[in-house]
Design a protein around this ligand. Structure first.
Ligand code: SF4
Length: 363
């Protein structure tokens, strides 16, 4: 990989001083707050993170508070942000800092990368922004900006990504490493955008090979996308009096979160009624299909059909499940994939009022 042109640094920093986004995690250089923001921003839009960041830090204002909090409380504060593994990794990382680094977040890329959930990009961002280290933070924005600027034709994965990190570190200015990385992030998300780069507004247009060659729009070369696996489920909202059953996921995707019991496969009302009877020897009362949703994860898609039914034998079919009232639903971390079920369950439970007929009537 050819070296990057150091002449881009000054115009980039000048542009950032005028146009950089004023974001809450840029108010100071606290490594804990930067860490939280970087984890939240993974695969999530800035606008979404803005709704969660301050609230999360009110609940866990310090690294110690996060490390010592019950996991359930952390999941609840993360509810709606998705990719819950990030929240678990963040808390595990905080606990690791308390145990292995005497409560002080380490300053080097290598040590930062030894923490749970901290990869090369996050380590580079924390080291450069909080500790003014000349470390590159190569996210999708940086890959796009530099691929276009220098006309890199390779797909910047694996070894090439490492080479790009090195090339960036060679031009990162001593006195403003954090601003430099943040400037690249902002340029990539505001000007050098994936589909229609706004080259006429770009402070680097005079030095951009991609613009000069007319190839900018086709860069970067992206790795081939893996197709997602489609999975179908029947999701059962099993009510008994003023409760509905939920199960805590103990492994795999969404581990640690609470979900309504799910049966793999596609079912009609009659088929799920027979399924229930076969396993409990009871025909469920009031069985209704209350809707379909699709939830897209990184590598798979869930197609879900939600059913409501009434039975006191749900525990026989789902032995680990827990009956929850409407208030309890609000106190447990339930992923957004279950949003339709939560809405239906809340409606049912709030109107239950001691009578099944009352509740069914309003569903
Ligand atoms: S000139 Fe255009 S392609 Fe080049 S870095 Fe700027 S916005 Fe991106």
């Amino acid at each position: 990989m050819q070296p990057l042109d150091p002449k881009i640094v000054l115009p980039l920093l000048d542009w950032y001083a005028c146009h950089g986004r004023k974001l809450p995690w840029r108010r100071d250089q606290d490594p804990y707050r930067i860490w939280v923001s970087e984890i939240m921003l993974q695969q999530t839009r800035v606008e979404t993170v803005l709704n969660y960041y301050d609230r999360f830090l009110e609940s866990f204002p310090t690294l110690e508070a996060l490390a010592g909090a019950p996991e359930e409380k952390v999941m609840l504060a993360w509810q709606g942000l998705g990719y819950y593994r990030r929240a678990k990794g963040l808390q595990e990382g905080a606990r690791q800092v308390m145990q292995e680094f005497h409560g002080r977040i380490p300053r080097t890329r290598k040590e930062l990368m030894s923490l749970h959930g901290v990869g090369s990009y996050t380590a580079g961002a924390i080291a450069s922004i909080a500790f003014q280290k000349r470390e590159a933070a190569v996210d999708g924005n940086a890959v796009r900006v530099f691929s276009r600027l220098a006309c890199f034709e390779h797909c910047l994965e694996g070894a090439y990504r490492k080479e790009l990190e090195k090339a960036i570190e060679d031009i990162i200015p001593e006195d403003h490493p954090g601003q430099f990385n943040q400037a690249v992030m902002d340029l990539g998300s505001m000007v050098c955008t994936p589909v229609h780069p706004r080259c006429s507004e770009c402070p680097l247009q005079g030095m951009c090979l991609g613009k000069q060659n007319g190839t900018a729009q086709n860069l970067p070369r992206l790795p081939e996308k893996k197709s997602k696996t489609l999975e179908e489920y029947a999701v059962l909202l099993i009510f008994h009096q003023n409760t509905v059953l939920l199960e805590k996921k103990t492994d795999g995707l969404l581990k640690g979160l609470w979900l309504f019991p799910m049966v793999p496969g596609h079912y009609t009302e009659n088929e799920i009624s027979s399924y229930y009877y076969d396993h409990t020897l009871e025909s469920p009362r009031g069985l209704l299909c209350c809707g379909h949703t699709r939830h897209i994860f990184t590598h798979r898609i869930w197609e879900m059909t939600f059913f409501t039914l009434e039975s006191h034998l749900g525990g026989r079919l789902f032995p680990g499940a827990c009956p929850m009232t409407a208030d309890m639903l609000e106190e447990h971390a339930i992923p957004s994939a279950m949003a339709l079920g939560v809405r239906e369950a809340q409606q049912y439970l709030r109107r239950w009022n001691g009578s099944r007929e009352n509740a069914i009537l309003y569903i």
